[in-house]
Ligand binder design. Structure first.
Ligand SMILES: *Cc1c(COP(=O)(O)O)cnc(C)c1O
Ligand SMILES: [Zn+2]
Length: 444
């Protein structure tokens, strides 16, 4: 087999066929997609040339433009007829507009030289978040299996993306959301794209548990980030960053941390490229949690039981994580932040994310809600749009600069994960003169 699924635990390493929707190994760990053939570095020119798409939507797509690097359907990717038979794309729009941009006002705020800081607005995807990169890939896999129903739990953007691709492909879609805890714009999208919304009394962690259970009992293809094909699609976020920097890796890549799928995908992309000999230097990853949903921050930094949670060659201290979750329940410390996209207490990809931290010598920071609002707002006055969870990126960079972890001369790329879908937040922010970037309205 040229491509298979493989358990991420090095001491297990069981493999599975890609022609089923098993996403968890019998040993309990999640799976990776493994390619036995190493893609040739000369593809860099091919990718660049496809930016003149010549009427081909798979060249236009910022996901499928890199199709040789995520060829889990195992086809001849030059053959257009074959591509259109297999690949799912919203007419080439996923990942098409997102690449790194310089934003001088964000740089000022983050105490970075303007030329050293880049931000990549993944909100400029068709459904308004980075999730479309992964969804195009996951729904491609669903199509390979002739699946008719998608299912997911969501803090809002996964359901918007899943519903959009499902309706475009003529599939049904069920989305489990924590009642009252998702931005109105995101909930509206799920309805508008014709999904069946199922409201769960509880938080995202409860909604995920429920949707995974229903998928098991009633069937349905899970498109949450436990799905390794989704993470393959999200690798293209890294490919676009690197392409923009002429494949010279930056010093840092910065993401918000929610279920930690994105950070896991980032690690997988860097591990693949390193293994294939495409990059020599490995950027350090900075993951930013909300203070009110900081499981990863606390565990990685040893704030629980004075023990740092480590990848530990694939043998992390699972019991430490379990005790942390038990303690969360006992103390009724449920995730609480206005950045609902990252209001997650039990990050489903925590083990894969530990591997990313280990491989990239990464760090985990946390920021307050007020800081995320400032971060979101300073992106806005640069003429770009992002939501509060994405605002954790500028504020996390600022905080790490202050602590001296990020150096002034470092090249930093931050991922702005999604577009604003709750305008009431930004109106409220600007109505209060005491906010750092507020421009309050005047009566005229
Ligand atoms: C989903 C999402 C996140 C969190 O990503 P994870 O992969 O769950 O860590 C952050 N920001 C936005 C806007 C999102 O939609
Ligand atoms: Zn295993």
């Amino acid at each position: 087999m040229e491509v298979e699924k493989k358990c991420i635990s090095p001491s297990c390493g069981l493999t599975y066929s890609v022609y089923n929707d098993i996403y968890r190994c019998s040993c309990g760990y999640l799976l990776d997609i493994e390619y036995s053939k190493y893609p040739d570095k000369s593809l860099i020119d091919t990718f660049y040339n496809r930016r003149n798409p010549g009427g081909n939507i798979f060249n236009e797509s910022g996901v499928w433009r890199f199709r040789e690097l995520i060829n889990f359907v195992n086809i001849d990717t030059e053959d257009l007829d074959e591509c259109s038979k297999y690949f799912v794309s919203l007419d080439g729009s996923e990942g098409r507009l997102s690449r790194p941009y310089k934003m001088s006002k964000v740089a000022d705020y983050a105490k970075m030289p303007a030329d050293n800081l880049f931000l990549q607005p993944e909100g400029y995807n068709p459904s308004g978040s980075f999730k479309d990169n992964g969804m195009a890939a996951a729904v491609t896999h669903a199509k390979l299996l002739s699946i008719k129903k998608l299912i997911c739990a969501s803090t809002g953007n996964t359901s918007a993306s899943a519903a959009m691709y499902a309706s475009n492909e003529g599939l049904t879609c069920e989305v489990y959301i924590p009642r009252g805890e998702i931005a109105p714009g995101k909930l509206g999208q799920a309805f508008q794209f014709g999904a069946q919304v199922l409201q769960v009394d509880g938080n995202f962690d409860d909604a995920l548990a429920k949707s995974l259970n229903i998928a098991k009992i009633e069937g349905g293809y899970t498109v949450n980030s436990v799905n390794p094909f989704r993470l393959e699609g999200q690798k293209t976020i890294i490919f676009r960053i690197l392409e923009h920097l002429n494949w010279n890796p930056p010093d840092w890549i910065v993401y918000p941390g929610g279920a930690l799928g994105n950070i896991s995908s980032c690690g997988k992309a860097l591990m693949d490229l390193y293994k294939w000999g495409w990059i020599k230097k490995i950027p350090r990853v900075l993951v930013v949690n909300a203070e009110g949903a900081n499981t990863f921050y606390e565990l990685v930094n040893g704030l629980f039981e004075n023990t740092k949670l480590l990848w530990n060659n694939g043998k992390p201290d699972i019991e430490l994580i379990e005790r942390y979750y038990e303690n969360q329940e006992k103390e009724k410390r449920y995730p609480k932040t206005h950045a609902t996209a990252i209001q997650i207490g039990k990050p489903a990809n925590i083990i894969k994310a530990l591997r990313t931290i280990e491989f990239t010598n990464g760090i985990v920071e946390q920021v307050a809600d007020e800081d995320m609002m400032d971060g979101m707002s300073v992106v806005g006055i640069n003429g770009f749009d992002c939501e509060m969870a994405s605002g954790s990126v500028p504020s996390g960079i600022m905080k790490s600069r202050q602590k001296g972890l990020i150096k002034k001369d470092d090249i930093v790329v931050g991922v702005l994960t999604g577009r604003q879908k709750d305008p009431s937040m930004i109106i409220k922010y600007h109505s209060d003169n005491s906010n750092k970037f507020a421009i309050p309205p005047k009566d005229s």
